[in-house]
Design a protein around this ligand. Structure first.
Ligand SMILES: Cc1cc2nc3c(=O)[nH]c(=O)nc-3n(C[C@H](O)[C@H](O)[C@H](O)COP(=O)(O)OP(=O)(O)OC[C@H]3O[C@@H](n4cnc5c(N)ncnc54)[C@H](O)[C@@H]3O)c2cc1C
Length: 456
């Protein structure tokens, strides 16, 4: 085995450089998905953009694999690798809000929890994910789907600029004005083009919301899904709501004798005036009897963290995903067949709406091509005990195979499995060739290949 000049790297890095003999190594190499058990040669815990540049140069010059980790949530484990370099941005989590321009600049390792806490103080927010521990950068670069998407677009639609360390170790700022080709590709192209050390977002006046989950009997599943299809098509854009199949966790708002039972749920977030929330929720109460609910006014960051307990780090994960243009009766039948078999309290199916403001951006305006899709489906297998793996993976695949004929060929890159590389071209439709052109300009050697890869 050859010796790497790790001491030289240590001399260049302000943060930590962790290799296998370091007592912090085991902790440092651990990622969110417990199925991923990889042993990098070196982990660069960057403190600043200069550290990132040093890590990129080190990996390129040594000819090593390079993985980039923000929030660490990649289900396929793209944030780590065997025998290569991991640039870990978890030490770069600062968020600076500029209330005058209603923008916020987040460092490349910030989570949505970090981001929302900072912007909430100013009564501002932007589209982010539904779990607070997910990374801002990883989520955004793939597109960014969340409660506020119908009103304000995807996270990428709110991206104003990004500081990016490219494969040659240089830092560039990408925006509509500079490196606009790179800026276009970053908005949906994932981690293919470099390491984002900072991302600047447009914010919107959202402080407190009215929202939460509602649980209905499984016998209402078809009714609820049919209702949801009609309702969401004309719903006000301040309403972000998605259906889910969910085993009831042991929480006080659910009758104790129903803990462990499976339900069809709707999780909704009304980001309009809070006092209008109860009226906005009436359709959800009219569709079927609600067995249990935890709905009311809440600070937006509270809803963003409300389900963190269901998806803690250290579970095993396998997910599949697809975009959906029309939620047909046949698609609903497939959901009603497979959703109720959800195998663990952590596993679920979410059907996110991506209409409204998401549709107002053209299919070729950013790399995210499915601007006419109405929903993004994700089938989440998540389980604590390795022995449950086969059953969970089989359920995800069975469910996915049943809905695939009623879905688009492509799926959201951030929800896709490691075995979905063959679908990358389909995910980008007509934008793929332009992505290859940008990839060739910024990363001709494919240094950034641990992702849903665009091959130069
Ligand atoms: C529990 C959970 C909930 C989720 N909820 C949502 C949701 O509501 N909406 C949604 O859209 N997605 C959601 N996702 C999917 C999520 O967007 C992806 O898993 C995303 O890749 C996570 O980013 P991360 O930074 O946390 O992950 P990491 O594993 O750190 O990174 C994943 C990949 O993103 C890229 N990346 C990360 N940081 C950077 C950076 N600074 N610069 C360049 N590339 C970078 C790299 O390619 C990296 O390999 C969720 C995932 C999980 C596990």
């Amino acid at each position: 085995m050859r010796t790497l000049p790790i001491d030289e790297l240590r001399g260049q890095v302000r943060g930590d450089v962790i290799s296998s003999e370091d007592e912090r190594y085991e902790d440092a190499r651990t990622v969110y998905n417990a199925m991923i058990d990889r042993r990098p040669a070196v982990i660069v815990r960057a403190a600043n953009a200069g550290d990132v540049m040093a890590g990129v140069n080190f990996a390129r010059e040594a000819g090593l694999d390079l993985a980039v980790r923000g929030g660490g949530h990649s289900v396929p484990g793209f944030g780590t690798c065997d025998d290569g370099v991991v640039i870990d941005l978890s030490g770069m989590r600062g968020v600076r809000v500029d209330p005058a321009s209603s923008t916020a600049r987040a460092e490349g390792g910030a989570t949505w929890g970090d981001f929302n806490a900072a912007t909430h103080a100013f009564g501002l927010a932007t589209t982010g994910g539904i779990i607070s521990t997910t990374g801002v950068a990883g989520l955004t670069l793939g597109g960014g789907i969340g409660y506020l998407a119908r009103g304000f677009g995807l996270s990428i639609d709110n991206l104003v600029s990004a500081d990016v360390v490219t494969a040659d170790g240089q830092l560039v700022q990408a925006s509509e004005r500079e490196h606009d080709d790179l800026f276009w590709a970053l908005r949906g192209g994932g981690g293919n083009f470099g390491v984002a050390t900072a991302l600047e977002f447009q914010l919107h006046p959202v402080k407190d919301i009215y929202g939460g989950p509602m649980f209905y009997e499984l016998s209402e599943a078809e009714n609820v899904l049919r209702f949801y299809r009609e309702y969401i098509a004309d719903a006000p854009e301040q309403m972000g709501a998605f259906p889910a199949f969910q085993i009831a966790p042991p929480l006080p708002f659910i009758p104790e004798d129903r803990h462990g039972d499976t339900f069809i749920a709707i999780v909704a977030c009304w980001a309009g005036p809070v006092e209008e929330g109860p009226k906005a929720f009436e359709p959800f109460h009219d569709v079927a009897p609600v067995v249990a609910e935890f709905v009311g006014p809440a600070p937006y960051p509270a809803l963003n963290g409300a389900f963190d307990g269901l998806l803690p780090p250290g579970l095993h994960h396998y997910w599949k995903a697809s975009f959906v243009s029309e939620l047909t009766d046949d698609a609903i039948a497939a959901h009603v067949t497979h959703g109720p078999d959800v195998p663990t309290v952590h596993s679920t199916m979410h059907l996110y709406p991506i209409d409204g403001a998401v549709h107002r951006v053209g299919a070729s305006d950013t790399a995210f091509a499915y601007r006419d899709a109405n929903f993004a489906t994700v089938i989440v297998g998540a389980w604590p005990d390795p022995a449950q793996g086969d059953a969970n993976i089989a359920w995800v695949r069975r469910y996915y195979d049943a809905v695939a004929p009623h879905s688009e060929e492509g799926g959201y890159v951030n929800f896709m499995a490691g075995d979905d590389q063959g679908r990358v071209r389909a995910n980008y439709r007509g934008n793929y060739d332009r992505l290859v052109t940008v990839k060739r300009a910024y990363d001709p050697g494919n240094l950034f290949h641990l992702n849903q890869n665009i091959v130069p």
